[in-house]
Design a protein around this ligand. Structure first.
Ligand SMILES: NC(=O)c1ccc[n+]([C@@H]2O[C@H](COP(=O)([O-])OP(=O)(O)OC[C@H]3O[C@@H](n4cnc5c(N)ncnc54)[C@H](O)[C@@H]3O)[C@@H](O)[C@H]2O)c1
Length: 309
């Protein structure tokens, strides 16, 4: 137990303990620093891997912890792999053993292995599904088990989970079949978790961000470049304020939602809604099914374009 931050009036996450996965660089680092600035004590997780998930001996988590401490905040590093049961369990226990509580989990860690589907190796499919989808599920499961125990002990928490999806998961993205499937899965996981965990005081939302990190700065070099002056639209720090608010008690009542966020824009994504429909009241032949589909599609909105198509 340690790390009482000096209390400052009005900080959104004063006294809270926040875990951020993949927080050694990029968006996760920006979230960790933003939470610390709002008074949270932060568990900075990062396994330290290359952009495609290959091992890299340098875990950058310790550097972010140093930055937070240098700014007068409190943080601790965790270098485990969040897609393993041991890594996810020890992540939650690092928060509990160091600070005695856990309030917010930000699932953010991940990497890419982009290939067109016909060239996509099974290993690249498995690695990307594992780090994003299992890497969301396992920390969520361990954190939720803690919050359920708290609730059963009569201490229902004001707990928050923020998951990280992507426009690729919402609309699809060329060359990212594995990543798009994982990020779409994270939306489904978010909806179920929000419904299941509400009784334990847990709100669960997802973001679909866009920002300049090593994941995007080369592929989308033109749109990601920082301007010399003025608003740096693609700075990862622009995404963090929404993540901090969602992870704070101030977001009371907001759960099961997906937000696109980049630059100065926040968009509520409205998801799947029934469009044109027709009930025949009896089984159709395949030809009749086709005729109905053609008619309904003529009335329906076009889906958004797949990224890169
Ligand atoms: N940058 C964007 O525009 C963008 C867009 C949509 C979604 N995202 C998502 O945002 C999240 C953060 O991405 P980023 O752009 O900051 O990338 P990044 O590569 O800068 O950061 C990801 C971090 O996760 C860590 N990591 C990877 N596997 C891990 C594991 N198994 N355990 C613990 N840590 C692990 C890496 O070491 C790295 O530091 C990812 O989920 C990504 O898919 C990013």
């Amino acid at each position: 137990m340690s790390g009482t931050l000096p209390y400052r009036e009005g900080r959104l996450c004063e006294g809270r303990v926040v875990v951020v996965t993949g927080a050694g660089r990029g968006l996760g680092r920006a979230h960790a620093l933003a939470y610390a600035a709002e008074g949270a004590r932060v568990v900075v997780n990062d396994l330290g891997v290359g952009p495609d998930g290959t091992p890299d001996p340098d875990s950058p988590a310790a550097q972010v912890v140093e930055e937070i401490r240098a700014g007068g905040g409190d943080a601790v590093a965790h270098g485990g792999d969040i897609a393993t049961p041991d890594g996810a369990s020890s992540l939650v226990h690092t928060a509990l053993d160091t600070y005695g509580r856990l309030d917010t989990l930000v699932n953010n860690a991940g990497f890419l292995r982009d290939r067109m589907l016909v060239n996509l190796d099974e290993d690249d499919w498995d690695a990307v599904l594992r780090v994003h989808l299992k890497g969301h599920f396992l920390p969520l499961k361990h954190a939720a088990a803690h919050w359920r125990a708290e609730t059963k002990a009569g201490r229902t928490p004001t707990a928050r989970i923020i998951n990280t999806s992507s426009g690729a998961g919402l609309l699809g993205s060329l060359g990212q079949g594995n990543y798009s499937a994982a990020k779409a899965g994270i939306v489904g996981l978010t909806l179920v978790a929000a419904a299941e965990l509400a009784r334990y005081g847990v709100q669960v939302n997802a973001i679909a961000p866009a920002a300049r990190t090593r994941m995007t700065e080369t592929v989308f070099a033109e749109t990601m470049t920082a301007p010399g002056t003025g608003f740096d639209t693609m700075a990862p720090e622009n995404v963090s304020p929404l993540v901090v608010w969602l992870g704070s008690p101030a977001s009371d009542g907001v759960t099961g939602r997906v937000f696109e966020t980049e630059a100065g824009r926040i968009t509520v994504m409205e998801g799947w809604h029934p469009g044109p429909t027709e009930d025949k009241g009896a089984r159709r032949t395949p030809r009749e099914a086709g005729e109905t589909v053609r008619k309904l599609l003529a009335e329906a909105r076009d889906p958004g374009p797949v990224y890169g198509a």
